[in-house]
Design a protein around this ligand. Structure first.
Ligand code: SF4
Length: 380
């Protein structure tokens, strides 16, 4: 089992982002708010420990928001608490998302001391004009400094988050970003296309013609370029949007794609445990008040049926290039996916979107580009 912790605070709101977070400058008494929030996280962790405490924890993921915005000492204290209170495995992956400009060498050292061993850096692009165009506060130089700080602190496992399809970005600029990112030799890459989320400023600017974005064909070319360059550089493409050096995949995210359980702690966090899928209400103050009374504040909480769990296992698993292992599926559900999804698999195979290989059902090269269609076929 893994633990996801949502830190819903940001320095400012990026114009394309629809994640739940509140802007620090707009929160009264931010330091006190953070302290109360961290106390609530501890209460929530103990609440689940009482219910599901016997399952070993193999990964902790601090996401957001911007976890690196919080004082490192406070995050370190939280990590120490979790490691002490939860049944953590000896080999524990602890990841934190960080914005390059909010990482200092001292902060990295404090967090490394507390067990942090993986950092996902929101680098996004290696051109200042592109970073400016998407409203990021950091600049390219700070990405280099952040990587340097992490390595000095002994944190070698670094993911670079990159985005393509940015306003005014062409294929050449994307290639330039990839090459500069590769020169830093991180262990892992995540490459996502910029998507227009409704109710964001970028969406509205685009609607009014104030921002031009690369078209769909260009986005596909950018994706294919990432695949080629990263593969040539020795990175394994293991999930649609993720690449790693051999052996350096993200264990925590693998739990999601393999539809394994994880606790979600914090306001706006999602969790999946004991057959329940839940979403904590995106309301920091409400979350703190609820934990003063010792109860969760869910926006949604649903007991999944066996059919839903099977469908989700297939839908998420098909994002992995290795696909879904037939034996693993059978062990979990006591039935073969061939029996349950006979028609869907036959139709997808007839369109050359999936194939069976070495006991796995997986997407083909063609299916990779149409993954949404592949996943949807498993939803009954
Ligand atoms: S820093 Fe990350 S979470 Fe915060 S607004 Fe920007 S993209 Fe969203």
């Amino acid at each position: 089992m893994g633990v996801y912790i949502h830190i819903p605070f940001c320095e400012h709101k990026c114009p394309y982002c629809d994640f739940y977070s509140i802007v620090v400058g707009e929160a009264d008494g931010f330091s006190r708010l953070v302290d109360s929030y961290l106390v609530s996280l501890r209460r929530e962790a103990l609440y689940y420990k009482d219910r599901w405490g016997d399952r070993p924890i193999r990964s902790i993921f601090l996401g957001g928001g911007t976890p690196s915005l919080l004082p490192p000492e406070k995050l370190a204290a939280l990590l120490s608490f979790l490691r002490q209170e939860l049944p953590c495995a000896a080999e524990l992956e602890i990841t934190m998302e960080a914005n390059p400009h909010s990482l200092t060498p001292e902060g990295a050292a404090i967090l490394a001391e507390a067990g942090l061993n993986r950092v996902s850096l929101g680098a996004q692009a290696f051109a200042d004009e592109l970073l400016r165009a998407i409203g990021r506060l950091h600049r390219v130089e700070q990405i280099h400094q952040a990587v340097c700080s992490l390595r000095q602190a002994g944190i070698e496992n670094i993911n670079l988050d990159l985005m393509y399809g940015l306003p005014g970005q062409g294929l050449e600029q994307w290639q330039d970003t990839l090459e500069k990112a590769l020169a830093l030799q991180p262990t892992h890459f995540s490459c996502y296309a910029l998507t227009l989320e409704p109710d964001t400023p970028l969406f509205r600017w685009h609607e009014r013609g104030l921002v031009q974005l690369p078209g769909e064909d260009e986005q596909v070319e950018m994706y294919n370029l990432a695949r080629d360059l990263l593969r040539q550089a020795g990175y394994e493409h293991y999930e649609i949007s993720n690449w790693c050096l051999p052996g350096w995949n993200c264990r925590h995210n693998l739990l999601y794609w393999q539809n394994e359980p994880y606790l979600g702690l914090g306001s706006g966090a999602a969790g999946y445990v004991g057959g329940y899928r839940y979403l904590n209400a995106p309301d920091v103050q409400g979350y703190i008040r609820a934990w003063e009374d010792g109860t969760p504040l869910y926006a949604e909480c649903e007991r999944l049926s066996r059919e839903q769990e099977m469908d989700e296992t297939m839908m998420l698993g098909m994002r992995l290039l290795a696909g879904v292992e037939e034996e693993r599926f059978r062990r979990r559900f006591q039935v073969s996916f061939r029996e349950v999804y006979e028609q869907a698999i036959a139709e997808l195979a007839a369109q050359s979107l999936v194939e069976e290989k070495d006991g796995h059902l997986r997407v083909t090269e063609q299916g990779l580009l149409l993954e949404n269609r592949v996943s949807a076929a498993f939803l009954r």
